[in-house]
Design a protein around this ligand. Structure first.
Ligand code: GLU
Length: 419
């Protein structure tokens, strides 16, 4: 996070304040919902392959547990900071509440560029983190999951470390595992799938059809490329996609799966042979398309860039891709933004299904996972639009926060406060 960038934790607090204005809730109770319950900060000391010892800063923020155990991913990125992890843990609280799954919110991160380390080193870093997290996590306490630059491999290591140290079998301590280690069908695609479902519902709500839309996707990691594939499958025209290397564009539409294959082979989308043109990420974000899907990191669109956005609809696949100032500009310009806490909630929703399956030791088909996911996202979309209309809030993000905060407040009030 560079100095002049929006602080994501302040963005979260501003989003909560914007929504709380529409709720009849005591200021003290709202204030409680703006700060994490606890934050663990670590310095992990890990042996490197060459015999040296390296230290890594790591965090786990447990933001709120009123609705259930803390839930949220662990990211590996050089830009991870305490405030970023705090913000991401808060977004998880409201995400779980929007889709009405019985969790609070948490998030973790390690300050590391995983591309610079061997698999053996990453395993030692992950197991060291898991060992430190062990007293705080558990299927009824806090349940980590994948996030940026982590996936099944890291989740399997965390599960194995926890189970070994605890002398138990508890696959539900972490979600996003491989199928063999107790993962769920459909989990890898779940985030992209909810982005697709949100886009489909959004265009329908606005009186058009996503099948007729031109689409640009910023970020081609797990969320971005699956969203691109599934939106393309609906018949839409995905004209541009990007990753940190830049953007590729084809007026008649890209073959999204072929672009992914090219990225797998070469490490980036750049150089994809069937593109008409290549340009920068910023050019992609300001393309004149019907649907823009930011699927990279926070703060992709700030106030200045927002003034140049020409898309009609934005569906947020990343967490926090718009700064609050960008949000204001886009609301003013009548660009409809469907927020991260709904659109990318598929990941944590299928994590919930994985956890349910782990606890029951009874596993679902991919079809059942996808049907249940669709039901959760469509219900959440309907709750959000009902709130948008009935309270006359300025945008869909505020509507989502109103719905979510009310659910968390209700749980807090019904539980009572101890001591
Ligand atoms: N990291 C994902 C998110 O930001 C998934 C979290 C989870 O499955 O717990 O929503």
């Amino acid at each position: 996070m560079s100095g002049d960038e929006a602080n994501p934790f302040e963005s979260l607090q501003e989003q909560i304040d914007d929504a709380a204005a529409y709720l009849d809730t005591d200021d003290d109770v709202v204030e409680r919902l703006k700060n994490p319950e606890r934050v663990l900060e670590l310095n992990l000391s890990v042996d490197m392959d060459d015999g040296s010892l390296e230290r890594f800063r790591a965090f786990r923020s447990q933001f709120n547990g009123d609705r259930g155990p803390y839930k949220g991913g662990i990211r590996y990125h050089p830009g991870v900071s305490r405030d970023e992890v705090k913000a991401l843990s808060g977004w998880m609280v409201y995400k779980c509440a929007v889709v009405d799954i019985p969790y609070g919110g948490g998030k973790g991160g390690i300050v590391i560029d995983p591309s610079e380390y061997s698999a053996a080193e990453l395993e030692r870093v992950t197991r060291s983190f898991a060992e430190e997290l062990r007293p705080l996590i558990g299927e009824d306490r806090d349940i980590p999951a994948p996030d940026v630059n982590t996936g099944q491999r890291e989740m399997n290591w965390i599960k194995d470390t926890y189970e070994t140290l605890e002398h138990t079998t508890e696959p539900g301590v972490v979600t996003g595992k491989s199928l063999e280690a107790g993962g769920s069908e459909g989990r890898v695609e779940a985030t992209g799938r909810s982005v697709m479902l949100t886009a489909r519902e959004a265009f329908d709500y606005l009186g058009t059809d996503v099948a007729d839309a031109s689409v640009a996707v910023q970020g081609y990691g797990n969320a971005g490329h699956v969203a691109a594939d599934l939106i393309d499958d609906l018949g839409a025209n995905v004209v541009a996609v990007s990753d940190s290397s830049g953007a590729v564009y084809a007026e008649d539409g890209l073959d999204t799966r072929a672009v992914k294959a090219h990225k797998n082979e070469t490490g980036s989308v750049s150089g994809y042979p069937d593109a008409d043109e290549e340009f920068s990420n910023e050019d992609l974000l300001t393309l004149d398309v019907d649907l823009l899907v930011p699927a990279a990191l926070e703060n992709a669109i700030d106030e200045d860039l927002a003034r140049d956005v020409r898309a009609d609809v934005i569906v947020e696949a990343a967490n926090g891709p718009l700064t609050p100032d960008a949000d204001d500009v886009l609301t003013e310009a009548d660009v409809h933004v469907f927020p991260d806490i709904l659109a990318n909630a598929g990941g944590v929703t299928v994590s919930y299904f994985e956890w349910v399956q782990n606890r029951q030791r009874f596993y679902w088909s991919e079809q059942k996972v996808n049907e249940e996911l669709e039901r959760h996202i469509v219900n959440a979309f309907d709750d959000l639009t009902e709130c948008y209309e009935s309270l006359d809030v300025p945008n869909f993000r505020t509507a989502a926060y109103v719905v979510a905060i009310q659910r968390v407040v209700n749980a807090f009030m019904d539980n009572g406060n101890w001591p």
